[in-house]
Structure formats: C-alpha cells, structure tokens
Ligand binder design. Sequence first.
Ligand code: MTE
Length: 340
Amino acid sequence: MHFHKRPSWDKFKDCDVTPEQVFNDRRRILKQMGFVGAGALLSSNANAGIFDLFGDKKDKPQFLRSDLPHSKNTQYDSVLNGVLTPESKVITHNNFYEFGTAKSDPAENAQGFNVEPWKLVVDGLVDNPLTLDYDDLMKLFALEERTHLLRCVEAWSMVIPWIGFPLAALLNKAGVKNKATHVAFETLFEPEQMPGQKSRLMGGGIHYPYVEGLTMAEAMNDLSFLSVGLYGKTLPPQNGAPIRLVVPWKYGFKSIKSIVRIRVTDRQPPTSWNQLASNEYGFYANVNPQVDHPRWSQATERRIGEGGLFSAKRIKTQAFNGYGEQVADLYKGMDLKSDF
Ligand code: MTE
C-alpha cells in the first residue's frame, strides 16, 4: 500500500504551527478573499461569519443561507467545558484534505464548491433506499441546533453550534434490516471540484473518496448527528457542505464531510485514515486521554480561540470527549487500548 509513514497532517500538525504563522496565514486568506480590513475582523469583529467575509460580492455562493428553521436542543450542553469557538475560527481553521492539507486551505480553496445539484444516496441493507436532493436535506427532517465539542486527533478542539438532525432519523426512514451491523459513509469524489483528489501531495496521500464508518449501535446513538449548518446558517463549503457527520465522542476525522452515500452493511467498512496508517488511526477512534497517538500525547488539547492568539494554554482531554455517560456502554468489555 502506498502511504506516507508520516501522514501529511503530521507535517502540518496544528500544535507545531506557531501562533504567528496561524495569524499570518489567516491574514493571507482574508486578503485573498478580498476582505480588506483583516485586522478589524480578527479583533473587534471576532464573530464575523462567512456572510461577512463575502460581503455584498456578486459571486457570493447562493447556498449560504441563514434562514434554516430549527429548534434548540440543550440536552448535551452540560458536557461543554468552554465558551463557543468564534465563528470566524470555525470557518477558517479546517481539515478538509480534498481542498489541501494546511488549516487555511479549505477556506481558501473551497469557495467555488458547488453543492447544487446534490444527491445523497442511502442504500445497502435497508428496506427503502433513499436518494435525497439538496432541498430534501434541509426540509425532510426537523432541524435542531446542538452545541458539541469537536476534538481533533491533532490535539486541538472547538465548541461548535451545529444545526442538523440525528443520523438515526435518516436510518429509520430508510428502514435498517436486521442483519445490518455497520454504516459506511462516503464523501463526494469530484477531482474537478476538489483539487486535493487530483494530487497526492495536495490531498495528503489519502485514497479518495474519503470514507468513514460506524457500528450500527454507534450510528443509532442519539449523539450521532448529521449536520447541515452551523452558527444558524447552512454549512460553509470548508466545513463539509451540504451535509456532514458529527460524532462528538470520537476524534474529528470520523466526522466525514460532504457526504454523497450512506451504505448500511453487515461488515466493518474501511476508513480513510485507518487505511493510510492503521497503527496510528483506529476504526473506533474514541477520544481517549489514556491512549496516546504513537507520536504525541492525547492527554491535553488546545482549545482554538481561547486564551488569546499567542497563548499555548492547554486543557485536559476527557474520556469520550466528556460524553461517557451517553456512549461508554457501547464499549463494555472492550479493551480500548487495542480497539483504539
Ligand atoms: N472529511 C473529509 N471528506 N475530508 C477530510 O479531510 N477531515 C476530518 C473531518 N472530516 C476530513 C473530513 C478531520 S481530520 C477533522 S478534525 C474534521 O473533519 C474537521 O472538521 P472542521 O474543519 O469542520 O473543524
């Protein structure tokens, strides 16, 4: 198998990047996006969103809507141990290797990403296979806002107000057959739109399309969420428009973006980072401060947007990212050191 011994995200590992570099990178993105007052955005207007970045530009993507009707679900808020990560950070500090491996690449390279028409296929071991278009994604399910922690395997984290619906609602609509054991997810494969899929260097060595998977019990847990928006708006392209998974008790790489296929199956599906380096990235990928990555500690994390731009403040990582009460039972009897 062709893979880098050191995945390229290690090279760009956020904790290795100096805050000054981050700062300069962000200034560069904003400049390239035609936003003149970059300094103002970073200081007094720290909550500026993607709409503000585009201003009144004529080429503003039409799918960026702020009218998503939704209720608020605060059921999981007690887990949160910090303030919301400013929207300006959530949409400019991303991992989406289809658009490049640097944190600033997705915001820079994904703005022309076209999500209409979109087709999400739900098939495999289901009674009613589904094909949903872009509008179906927004309209077919009761949308709710939930704030969840996102903990990247690279040891940084964010607190993000997502809008979406439980994955179980979609699976129940399709009707899962009894013998199904797993759910497989696949990202769009369209190299013309996603430059990282054309170049192994730009795409970090991943074999595209990016794929992920969950056990059926994980998929049916209420915490497994399909997100179509954040901060009250439809998802910006760099965050996985038009629909992405959010599994907050697992490392961020499980939260696959821009999904075109959800396949119900009776075996454990392959997953992209596990295919690339199986000794470093397991199938389960539960956040676990007691199991270090072979090349760095998972005991602590850096909360993006907290402690000031040049702060190196770290906080303790929680088992299951703090969601143990909801999910620890799923792993009863398993050795989480070997099943990492
Ligand atoms: N999905 C796809 N298709 N491609 C990716 O490169 N990166 C993953 C995940 N989903 C990735 C992906 C990783 S490593 C993380 S940490 C999260 O997306 C980051 O989500 P965010 O950019 O919205 O914070």
